[in-house]
Design a protein around this ligand. Structure first.
Ligand SMILES: [Fe+2]
Length: 499
């Protein structure tokens, strides 16, 4: 059973009034794409394709929710109306791998219901068609699959299983094309033009709604920061002070959010060295709403730190203080073992030399462990107006290796590399200030100094694949150059005597 086209369009209009957003136009375009493709596939019912395409996301009428919730809400809504064929598409459209998506025991009622439903379901032409069209249709028209996949990944990050899903989408495309005798793109109006557009990602309106979870005195939404990231970050002003509201997409695993909150409670609420968090009315420090995990943080009155000797000195002092903190037990996700790097760069000329560097590195997990940040630098630190250093971005904080944490800037930050001339210089001034801040009057032993530089090498290596294959040779040069500065810097800190 299905509604008529007119009824389906009316449903979408009502739903758009209940929960406005780009999803309404996306649904219209999914319907159109499905109709146009089905018209060209012998034996398919174009009208049915149109209707189920229009209604596939109808579960969004109930508000901004996550994938399983909108899927299950849509299914139940259509079943109540007696539209079982549309209900089925609500269930299957987000799960290209079908039952292979659920190789785990879901915790929520919605996901359990979807898993059970899909287990008893073999994808038919209409399931496959809407799965495909869901990837082709955006609110501003139609785009090629490659573009859509990159857009989604940029917004939400890469998740396990994404690429398998892409493969399925391309296989569906090829299957329909062979039956149509042409490309699916031939029947999608204006796709050549719309594919080249990159409108700014849509942000939910009604962020005010997220604030109702906290007891705040006349809150107002202020400036939005880092607009292009997948995160929502807003300054919140109230009659009794300012805050920062941070929202991570709810595709982020809850464990990650909980870990981040724990680190903030320790370093911020406990020790004043990171922004404090404020509990919601539930007593929890994070809430799920509007498709995001939200938390409310202290707004730091001060400035971003900079690459100056004064700031590096303060950063060194603050890092020392942070490393001395006791009473935290959760591990940082940072990798301490060097083992996996032995599989890298096997076809590079420098591989022998690279392996020799790895051989010389110690097992950092057997050396000093303490509370670490993993990305210490002025870019991740603020200076309060009262002069205290505050660390931000605690995503990977936890118990980890002191020498990896300390080593990070010695090559990654203190080697200045000119992309055009490939010329390199070493920021001895910054390195000396940072070390002086960290080790103060006690000085640093040669043994410990060498460990810091080994930490620097391993941290640098861990990033050598992060910027793509074309950056590898430059990063190798930077590694060699950075390691070569070890003796020079040692001589300099001893001439100074200040250390
Ligand atoms: Fe959709």
């Amino acid at each position: 059973m299905l509604p008529t086209v007119e009824e389906a369009l009316k449903e979408l209009e009502t739903a758009g009034q209940m929960n406005p957003g780009p999803w309404v136009k996306h649904s219209m375009n999914t319907g159109l794409a499905a109709r146009n493709i089905a018209e060209n596939v012998p034996g398919m019912d174009a009208q049915k394709a149109y209707i189920v395409g229009l209604l596939h996301d109808i579960g969004r009428r109930f508000g901004v929710t996550d994938i399983p919730t909108h899927v299950y809400d849509g299914y139940r809504y259509c079943m109540e109306k007696g539209w079982d064929e549309a209900a089925r598409i609500c269930m299957t459209h987000s799960y290209l791998l079908m039952s292979d998506e659920f190789n785990y025991e879901p915790k929520t009622e919605a996901e359990q219901a979807i898993k059970a439903y899909i287990a008893g379901c073999t994808a038919d032409d209409y399931d496959r068609l809407i799965q495909l069209c869901d990837s082709l249709a955006v609110d501003y028209g139609f785009v090629i699959l490659e573009k859509r996949f990159v857009d989604v990944t940029r917004r939400y990050g890469i998740m396990e299983g994404y690429i398998k899903g892409w493969e399925v989408a391309f296989a569906i495309k090829e299957n329909f094309e062979s039956r149509m005798g042409c490309s699916i793109y031939d029947v999608l109006p204006d796709i050549g033009r719309t594919t080249l557009l990159t409108p700014k990602p849509w942000k939910p309106t009604g962020i005010e709604g997220a604030l109702k979870h906290w007891d705040l005195n006349a809150p107002r939404i202020g400036e939005q920061f880092n607009k292009d990231s997948g995160r929502l970050i807003y300054k919140i002003t109230t009659a009794s002070g300012d805050y920062l509201l941070k929202g991570l997409p709810d595709s982020t695993p809850e464990d990650t959010v909980a870990g981040n909150v724990k680190a903030h409670l320790f370093l911020g609420n406990g020790h004043g060295m990171a922004p404090k968090l404020y509990p919601a009315k539930t007593g929890e420090y994070y809430v799920k709403d509007l498709g995001h995990w939200f938390y409310l943080m202290e707004f730091i009155d001060g400035r971003q730190m900079e690459e100056t000797t004064e700031d590096e000195y303060k950063l060194g002092q603050a890092t020392r203080k942070m490393h001395a903190l006791q009473g935290y037990s959760d591990l940082s996700p940072m990798t301490q073992s060097k083992d996996r790097y032995y599989t890298w760069f096997r076809d590079k000329e420098f591989v022998k030399e690279f392996d020799a560097i790895l051989d010389a590195l110690p097992d950092f997990s057997k050396l000093d462990q303490c509370f670490v940040h993993t990305d210490i630098g002025p870019h991740n630190a603020m200076l309060r107006t009262d002069g205290d250093v505050v660390f931000i971005d605690l995503d990977d904080s936890g118990i980890g290796s002191r020498y990896l944490d300390l080593g990070w800037p010695f090559i990654m930050q203190f080697v200045d590399f000119n992309d055009e001339t490939e010329e390199m210089t070493y920021r001895f001034d910054l390195a000396k200030s940072f070390l002086r801040g960290y080790y103060g009057g006690d000085g640093i032993s040669r043994e410990e100094y060498d460990l810091v530089f080994q930490g620097a090498a391993q941290m640098h290596i861990s990033y050598m694949q992060a910027y793509g294959p074309y950056a590898v040779d430059s990063l190798w040069k930077i590694l060699r150059f950075g390691m070569d500065q070890r003796q020079m810097l040692w001589n300099m800190i001893h001439e100074d005597e200040a250390l």
